[in-house]
Write a protein that binds this ligand. Structure first.
Ligand code: UDP
Length: 383
């Protein structure tokens, strides 16, 4: 038995999306090609960047609470030349640690699921035989740093992302439009709503409105939740505070008039989505893609400026939901849906049309094709 081909996933915990994308792809690789590949995930900032860049995962939650600053940084760096200038400036600072990473981990394929990884790692690449694939984990308004022309393949989730890749000088032959990676459990058939609601102790006879602010409970979720409560709609609210303990405590001490259940971070998100009728969320790419698979109508109440701008337009233009950053507008939109079940159904159908449940498996197959030592055919692979 030969050594297994090795795949290194480079990510960073700046937001939950990059880690979960890498985990989802590894899971799909194991499902499609059991026991074929050896995979490893490295948080490139935390484990290999010199100080203070190694604090990026710790700094990110603070930065993400300063949307204006974030937006300015995002926009002034978004362009192929600007990206090059930025990396030229920090290259002397990164070179040693990245070369160390690549020496310590000789692999057949590097997969980047973080936009800041591509330029410096491709520059540091010691061995041209090591393939490099980028999997873009933002849906629409994707930053130029995702699209380094040295990558062997760049996988994007949507057509608008492909257009951005072309605009940034990536040749068409290197681009594959497949979809957003999501964990396999989001793509599995679910039990009927009534069974799930009974399991969770939710109301059978009321529309369920699920609220979530990403894994970290971000965005002004609280004020929107209270505005909905004040509207006295015939609904049950299911509010997920994620890992935000302060938010959970605060929601729990509020005097609710509407039927409500409050949770911290939940593992059962696929079941929660299937048991619900409407999803109110910040415009995170993971949550939006999962909601499409569950066929949930979406109300987006906040976004990270820059990278999540396009997600809002995508959802709204495709008729899969509405954008309601002000609590009054959110309540108005929700009321309209609750009073008009046919409208909810038609928005749900449009959301379902955008679902790409097979995307992660397709990404796994596309990665396997990149490894020349593999005689590629899914599930009956010979090494
Ligand atoms: N999520 C979860 N449990 C929770 C809250 C969130 O599993 O309690 C998942 C959610 O389903 C999604 C991810 O966390 O897969 C959040 O990713 P997204 O891209 O939407 O936002 P981010 O947190 O990365 O900004």
């Amino acid at each position: 038995m030969k050594n297994k081909p090795k795949i290194l996933f480079l990510f960073s915990d700046t937001g939950g999306g990059h880690r979960s994308a890498a985990e989802a792809i590894i899971e799909a690789l194991n499902l499609e090609f059991p026991d074929v590949f050896e995979t490893e995930m490295v948080d490139i900032f935390r484990e290999y960047a010199p100080s203070p860049l190694n604090f990026a995962p710790e700094i990110y939650p603070y930065l993400s609470r300063m949307p204006r600053l974030w937006e300015v940084g995002y926009k002034i760096s978004d362009g192929p030349r600007r990206t090059r200038v930025f990396y030229d400036a920090i290259w002397p600072y990164l070179r040693r640690s990245l070369r160390k990473l690549l020496k310590e981990k000789p692999v057949d394929l590097i997969v980047s699921v973080h936009q800041l990884v591509n330029t410096p790692v491709l520059r540091a690449r010691l061995n041209a035989d090591t393939r490099f694939v980028t999997v873009v984990t933002d849906l629409v308004s994707t930053h130029a740093a995702w699209y380094h022309p040295g990558a062997d393949m760049v996988i994007v989730p949507t057509i608008p992302a492909r257009e951005k890749a072309l605009k940034n000088g990536l040749p068409d032959r290197k681009i594959r439009v497949i979809g957003q990676p999501v964990a396999d459990r989001y793509t599995q058939p679910q039990k009927p709503q009534s069974v799930l609601r009974e399991k969770f102790g939710w109301r059978m006879n009321l529309p369920i409105v699920l609220m979530v602010g990403g894994g970290e409970g971000m965005g002004p979720l609280e004020k929107h939740a209270y505005a909905i409560d004040q509207a006295h709609l015939p609904i049950q609210m299911i509010i997920i505070a994620g890992r935000n303990k302060n938010l959970k405590d605060s929601l729990e001490s509020y005097n609710w008039q509407t039927a409500v259940k409050i949770y911290g971070f939940v593992r059962e998100m696929p079941e929660f989505m299937h048991a619900s009728n409407v999803l109110i969320t910040k415009a995170g790419p993971g949550t939006i893609s999962e909601a499409f698979i569950a066929g949930l109508p979406l109300i987006l109440y906040s976004k990270m400026p820059g990278q999540e701008d396009g997600n809002v337009g995508y959802v709204v233009n495709q008729g899969a939901g509405i954008w309601a950053p002000e609590p009054e507008k959110l309540v108005e939109g929700l009321r309209m849906w609750i009073e008009n079940p046919t409208l909810i159904q038609s928005v749900a159908a449009k959301s379902k049309q955008l679902a790409r449940p097979l995307a992660t498996r397709e990404i796994a197959k596309a990665l396997a094709e990149q490894i020349p030592s593999i005689n590629y055919h899914s599930k009956q692979i010979e090494v």
